[in-house]
Design a protein around this ligand. Structure first.
Ligand code: KG4
Ligand code: ZN
Length: 398
């Protein structure tokens, strides 16, 4: 089948495989989540993640092929996440993809996980414009977009633009214009949920409980992070004065301090114990276990993080004259974030796009979609491809 790519993603705690045609048509997208394995630890345990990927990779790839009704012979290429992510976890996907590419005599394409998140949005846009040439086939001179990639491991801003290669083929160009100096936004959701005795991962729990509290009850403030002299960029890199810096470790500490000041420890422990007694507890189970003060704290935390992300993203969009905004990654599933970003975009008359919920969190369809322009450009992985846990996209912003 022309343009059919098998994508493989194992950078963190989801083993995923997908079949995507020409960067726009998803034939199958299978995700084996390890949430039940890691939830009792309140975070991803790298050693366990690698072991689970090893156990899951073959069945996941097989069911992606079966669901799509295709075989190895139908593939135009195999794409795999090269980084960033957990080294051991990435290596499972890379070793598997390399062996498969060798055995099936198919080209192998390495994809940056962050580029994948951006393509989760572009993939769906391309699908909507199927028939005409979509964004999966970038056109030189197309609009500059500002992408916020916000997940458990990342809070990055990228300028992205479809440009042609020297050889005349299609290619995406990226520049990193923002990053977190400490915790990622999703990490803050996870840590705050954990310290309040809620489930893992924390984002969906906070998302579900926040509408029941007063978002203005607890005033959190964010330090304005200025470019420091030591953050001088590499030659040709972005002037750090124009960069955006996020920071989410302070708000986690502020939430912890608030629980101490208001002596919430025993009610938190009671909630933790009650939820652990429920088999497969879900966010609605927590509502009856949260008092007003806790719900107000949750709502205020979420509002503060969402507003900080929103203010900084739109300030950067204005600074760089972006034509539109994309938000992707696990935190892009947050309902308040979608509502508040959409409202601000409308006020500014700036188009904004999010992936559907299943493509917001980690998946392999986004990896196969990001590989499509690379296949067209003949950009294949070197024989010695290995995991790059701290792989950057669009230059390293210091
Ligand atoms: O993109 P993703 O699946 O994996 C990473 O690359 O990190 O993102 C997972 C992160 C977790 O921190 C999770 O708590 C957060 O996304 N998340 C959310 C929501 N759903 C997932 N955060 C806020 N609201 C949500 N609805
Ligand atoms: Zn991710």
């Amino acid at each position: 089948m022309a343009g059919l790519i098998l994508g493989i993603e194992t950078s963190c705690d989801e083993t995923a495989a997908a079949l995507v045609r020409e960067g726009r048509e998803i034939l199958s997208s299978v995700v084996a989540s390890q949430i039940p394995i890691h939830s009792r630890y309140g975070g991803v345990v790298p050693e366990l993640a690698s072991r689970e990927h090893l156990r899951n990779i073959l069945p996941v790839v097989r069911s992606a092929l079966e669901e799509a009704g295709v075989g190895y012979a139908d593939l135009a290429a195999i794409a795999v996440t090269e980084g960033p992510g957990l080294a051991g976890a990435l290596l499972v996907g890379i070793s598997f993809a390399k062996s498969l590419a060798f055995a099936a005599e198919k080209p192998l394409i390495a994809v940056n996980h962050l580029e994948g998140h951006i393509h989760a949005v572009l993939l769906e846009e391309a699908r909507r414009t199927a028939g005409s040439r979509g964004d999966a086939e970038p056109q030189p001179g197309s609009p500059v977009l500002l992408a916020l990639v916000v997940s458990g491991g990342h809070t990055h801003l990228y300028l992205a633009e479809a440009r042609g290669t020297d050889a005349g083929g299609p290619a995406w160009w990226y520049r990193n214009v923002g990053r977190t100096v400490d915790d990622a936004a999703g990490e803050a959701f996870d840590k705050v949920a954990k310290l309040l005795g809620l489930g893992y991962p924390g984002g969906p729990w906070i998302d579900a409980l926040a509408p029941h509290g007063n978002p203005e009850a607890v005033p959190f403030t964010f330090a304005q992070i200025k470019a420091k002299a030591h953050r001088r960029g590499e030659p040709g890199a972005l002037d750090p004065a124009a960069a955006t810096y996020f920071s989410y470790s302070g708000i986690k500490t502020a939430v912890l301090r608030y629980t101490h000041v208001h002596e919430m420890e025993s009610s938190i422990e009671a909630r933790r114990a009650a939820l652990s007694a429920v088999s497969e507890a879900r966010p609605p189970d927590a509502l009856a276990l949260c008092d007003r003060r806790t719900l107000d704290l949750i709502a205020s935390f979420q509002r503060s993080v969402v507003d900080d992300l929103r203010r900084k993203t739109f300030r950067a969009a204005e600074h760089f004259g972006a034509d539109r905004v994309l938000v992707s990654g696990g935190v892009a599933a947050n309902r308040e974030l979608r509502v508040r970003f959409t409202a601000e975009a409308a006020e500014r008359n700036l188009p904004i796009a999010f992936p559907s919920l299943s493509l917001s969190t980690d998946n392999a369809a986004m990896i196969a979609a990001a590989a499509w322009p690379k296949l067209a450009a003949g950009e294949f992985a070197p024989e010695g491809l290995t995991a790059d846990p701290s792989l950057a996209l669009g230059g390293k912003l210091r």
